[in-house]
Design a protein around this ligand. Structure first.
Ligand SMILES: [Zn+2]
Ligand SMILES: [Zn+2]
Length: 347
């Protein structure tokens, strides 16, 4: 089979190679991959950023890709509950299932997880093997491409539904118009926010902010000297009831807190490379609730699939489809911010 792998411990060194199909065990299923979406972390592996340089952190060579969908091609002899031919997608974190956090249902912060496409081979390949406990069935009518984006959408839903406090009529400001931000903004609207504004940088004017506007959101430039004035001009409010940071820029945290209304909420989704500096006194005096959120639970994946299938959340507008052979060009274009959510189709 063809597979897209990180081949060596250096910048670049990603390519399509020929490999044997994975050997699935008695408790695993073999998936024929139909779509594998490109995530920022696949791009980090391509660029070989510091997080990827520790041997303990990354298996190399490793097949990339943890946002995938496909059809069950075979099942191990001990597998029950799933059969050949079913359309499925899977969770990106292979939680251990036995640590205290897993047993409390908090599998998203499992203390002993395995990351698909990093610690073990991923899904940018013809075939992929996995324990069926990480699978979700794809509802009828939902394409494989869309289903492959249920993973990042589940992250947005975990942030907005589980770790935020949006009330009907709220004004919401989202920093970062990437896939997570565009999913979070749509979820906020679904929960009844009447005004949702998405802030991005100059490079986001290429495709991400235009996509946000296509989805019906107002947008503003997060780099402007006067974000507060721009926000007021757009919304009629000086501050947002809820701010959600999906940018991963440590500057958005103090900036976001300044733009959160008294008694409001801020949720941090983005992971920044460095520390953020915050003067907490006004945050305390205004009783602003600060939340963090990481990955997604079982329920969020199911919510993601159902909300896409019922057309209440649109990920299709974000997607561009490409063959596996086009991967390097696609990675370069994604790094240049020329694509919102590229999806590779290995078939
Ligand atoms: Zn991802
Ligand atoms: Zn665990």
């Amino acid at each position: 089979m063809k597979a897209l792998a990180k081949l060596e411990r250096r910048k670049g060194a990603v390519g399509v190679i020929d490999m044997d199909e994975p050997e699935y065990g008695p408790n695993e299923v073999q998936i024929k991959i139909q779509a594998a979406a490109v995530c920022g972390s696949d791009l980090h592996a391509y660029e070989f950023l510091p997080g990827y340089q520790t041997p303990a952190e990354t298996k190399i060579p490793v097949i990339l890709g943890h946002e995938w969908s496909g059809v069950i091609a075979a099942t191990g002899r001990s597998v029950a509950g799933f059969k050949v031919g079913e359309r499925v997608m899977g969770e990106s974190i292979q939680f251990c299932g036995v640590c205290d956090l897993c047993r409390k249902g908090r599998t998203n912060i499992c203390s002993k997880f395995t990351l698909t496409g990093r610690h073990v081979d991923g899904a940018m390949a013809g075939y992929f093997k996995i324990d069926p406990r990480y699978l979700h069935r794809i509802p009828e009518g939902l394409s494989f491409e869309e289903a492959s984006t249920a993973q990042p959408l589940a992250v947005s839903l975990h942030a907005v539904i589980d770790n935020c406090a949006i009330a009907p009529g709220d004004t919401v400001l989202v920093f970062g118009p990437g896939v997570i931000g565009l999913g979070a903004a749509q979820a906020a609207r679904l929960l009844g926010a009447t005004m949702v504004v998405i802030a991005g940088l100059a490079r986001d004017e290429k495709v991400r902010l235009p996509t946000a506007r296509k989805l019906g959101f107002a947008t503003l430039n997060a780099d402007s000297n006067d974000v507060a004035t721009d926000f007021h001009r757009l919304t009629g409010s000086h501050k947002a009831d809820v701010v959600i940071d999906c940018s991963g820029d440590s500057l958005s945290i103090p900036r976001g807190l300044e733009l959160t209304a008294r008694g409001g909420h801020m949720t941090i989704v983005g992971i920044s490379a460095g520390p953020a500096s915050v003067f907490y006194t006004p945050v305390v005096r205004n009783e602003i609730q600060l939340h963090t959120t990481f990955n997604a639970t079982w329920s969020n994946y199911d919510q993601a699939l159902r909300l896409m299938a019922s057309k209440q959340i649109d990920m299709q507008t974000l997607i561009s489809s490409h063959s596996l052979g086009e991967a390097i060009g696609v990675f370069d274009a994604a790094l240049e911010c020329d694509l919102v959510k590229p999806v590779l189709c290995p078939a």
